[in-house]
Ligand binder design. Structure first.
Ligand code: PLP
Length: 389
């Protein structure tokens, strides 16, 4: 049976070169980066070299990088850290209706604690409007957090424009760039952001390690307290092997991003063109052009995404119906509802995400197998039957 992985937005395999770079840091070079002896200094050098590599990749200064356990921790640190540092200045935070749960859950928590949250709507393609942002800002606004690209529908937001609106009013701007770093160019100065989250396992690095970019001078309260690692901004013994793996993943992305972008975008465009030709009554979710090079998301009407996912899994094709975090829930995705889909259409969505090891023949196989699966499921669907009578 074939084994075709088309769920790279959920997570990517660790590149073998990343694994090789990490390997010495488990036994040979196992030191604690905070220790003063040679073992410690060796680990410390590896952490600091990695910091320089990551900073260079996103246009930051090394001292503006805090290593974390991943995207969720980086996002939580921003919301709780800014809320706590600036609570005397204001209690209003603006975010969007399509953020990852790593933003929406801490937002809801802050709301319970008395903060005012505004969730900006998006248009039918998933774009946040600058006008809406301008209108939402009050003299109590302390933070705006809008994701760089959406993990479900792949829409890339106009971050530079949105960040400039916030910064002209002296308000901090954060972007969750977990789906973009390593896939499209990301530069903190071009984007004009104060804070940016990223996660290694989304760009062929290991799971459980990521970073938060914090522009010099940005006030952020620490909430993981303990040792004085990361200059007291994030306690806990450094995950040296993970950090080294993140830096190696960065190096590989730097060298390959342009060619990978072109190839994946060509496969994506083939799917965007051919799926609607081969399957009637589908709807593209996300923006036609302003989208990640590796993301395809369609709603296939009258059937359930879960049934398609399981049928395709039996044929050796792994993909997703929404974000990995919501795939066990029966609630339709908040992102698909936010772009205006009704519950039924939202339930029939399929996310296909491509990556470094996706081949043209994988796309051929999917295009061969998907239409009969849809036809079979529609033949059993009472909704489809009703529509045809
Ligand atoms: N933000 C976005 C946009 C994501 O796609 C994800 C992961 O799915 C996260 C945050 C969470 O990142 P991590 O898995 O590293 O905690």
């Amino acid at each position: 049976m074939k084994n075709i992985y088309l769920d790279y937005a959920a997570t990517t395999p660790c590149d073998p070169q990343v694994i090789a770079a990490m390997e010495p840091y488990f036994f040979e070079k196992f030191g604690n980066a905070s220790s003063l002896h040679a073992y410690g200094q060796e680990a410390k050098k590896a952490v600091e070299d990695s910091r320089v590599a990551l900073a260079d990749f996103i246009g930051a200064k090394p001292e503006e990088i805090i290593f974390t356990s991943g995207g969720t921790e980086s996002d939580n640190s921003v919301l709780f850290g800014v809320a706590s540092a600036l609570e005397k200045k204001g209690n209003h935070i603006i975010t969007s209706a399509i953020e990852h749960h790593a933003i929406t859950e801490p937002s809801k928590f802050l709301q319970k604690k008395g903060f005012k949250l505004t969730y900006l709507p998006v248009d039918k393609d998933g774009l946040v409007s600058g006008e809406d942002l301008k209108n939402a800002i009050t003299d109590k606004t302390i933070l705006v957090s809008i994701m760089h690209a959406n993990n479900e529908i792949g829409t890339i937001e106009p971050i530079q424009k949105l960040a400039t609106i916030a910064k002209e009013k002296g308000i901090y701007f954060h972007t969750d760039a977990v789906q973009t770093v390593g896939h499209i160019p990301v530069d903190v100065n071009d984007l004009n952001v104060d804070l940016l989250s990223l996660s290694a396992h989304k760009f062929y690095g290991p799971k459980g390690v990521g970073a938060l970019y914090v522009r010099k001078g940005t006030r952020l309260e620490t909430f993981i307290r303990g040792g004085d690692q990361e200059k007291g901004r994030r306690a806990s013994t450094h995950n040296t092997s993970g950090i080294v793996g993140l830096a190696k993943a960065v190096e590989l992305c730097k060298n390959n991003m342009e060619s990978e972008f072109k190839f994946q975008a060509s496969l994506r465009d083939r799917l965007l063109k051919e799926i609607p030709i081969r399957i009637p009554e589908v709807r593209l979710n996300g923006h036609e052009n302003l989208r990640l090079p590796n993301n395809v998301n369609f709603s296939i009407r009258y059937i359930e995404g879960e049934s398609m996912l399981l049928s395709l899994d039996m044929l050796g094709i792994a993909l997703s119906t929404g974000s990995a975090c919501t795939s066990s829930s029966l609630e339709p995705s908040h992102v698909l509802l936010a772009i205006g889909l009704d519950h039924g259409t939202a339930h029939g969505s399929l996310r296909i995400t491509l990556g470094r090891w996706t081949k043209e023949s994988d796309i051929d196989y999917l295009l061969e197998k998907l239409p009969p699966v849809v036809e079979k499921l529609r033949a059993m669907s009472p909704l489809y039957e009703r529509k045809n009578t």
